[in-house]
Design a protein around this ligand. Structure first.
Ligand code: 5GP
Length: 216
């Protein structure tokens, strides 16, 4: 990461989970309860859904503009999901964690794998926590997806096929949160963030001036 080393890094909280699990709802509620948390606004080539605003939920880009940013290495990770491209801008994450702020990233399992594989370098590595958000059951996930009413039948079928492939990835994550009761799931995510802030690995220096090393 390019920015100066802080005394204490923030946490980049990666939240993944299949479509229909309620990820956007959980993330919105986490952000409401932690207004200081920065939401990493991703880029996508998909069209905005009703109610979505450019620069708020996503930066909506043309395929050519997305490709230009890939070439310019602006993305920390990028992937194709449900036939559209999605990418996390480096500046949406690095600038914040380097200043000690926490960042929330809603990204799919491919993106999480890229970050885990070291896409952000070792400094970002120390800041990332991975949470997999799962449904209470497959049937409930399908019900939520249909209730949303924003996708065509074909898109829903594709999302369900992808979900079957994605669910086994839960084992790659340190944390699994089941979104059965919304507030419980939100409390779990907030607890993970809180615990992460206490990790010694977040600190670059001793919190007590003059005391640098453990006595041996
Ligand atoms: P949706 O189109 O429903 O908002 O999101 C579809 C999927 O794309 C979700 O699983 C979401 O987590 C994922 N996604 C959103 N932004 C990014 C991103 O920047 N990178 C990756 N890899 N996936 C993303």
């Amino acid at each position: 990461m390019a920015a100066a080393r802080p005394r204490k890094y923030g946490t980049a909280l990666v939240v993944s989970g299949p479509s229909g699990v309620g990820k956007s709802t959980v993330c919105a509620e986490v952000l409401r309860r932690r207004p200081d948390l920065h939401f990493s606004v991703s880029c996508t080539t998909r069209a905005p859904r009703p109610g979505e605003t450019d620069g708020v939920q996503y930066h909506f880009l043309s395929p050519a503009d997305f490709e230009r940013r890939v070439a310019a290495r602006e993305f920390l990770e990028h992937a194709e999901v449900h036939g559209n491209r999605y990418g996390t801008l480096r500046r949406e994450v690095e600038t914040y964690v380097c200043r000690g702020h926490d960042v929330l990233l809603d990204i799919d399992v491919q993106g999480a794998r890229q970050i885990r594989a070291g896409a952000g370098g070792s400094e970002l590595d120390r800041c990332v926590e991975y949470v997999f958000l799962g449904p209470p059951s497959f049937a409930e996930m399908e019900r939520r997806l249909r209730a949303r009413g924003t996708d065509s039948d074909e898109a829903i079928r594709r999302r369900l096929r992808n979900a079957r492939r994605e669910l086994p990835a839960w084992r790659e994550y340190e944390h699994l949160v089941i979104n059965d009761v919304l507030q419980t799931a939100v409390d779990d995510v907030l607890a993970i963030l809180r615990a992460a802030a206490c990790e010694t690995g977040r600190r670059t220096t001793s919190p007590w001036p003059g005391i640098r090393r453990a006595a041996t």
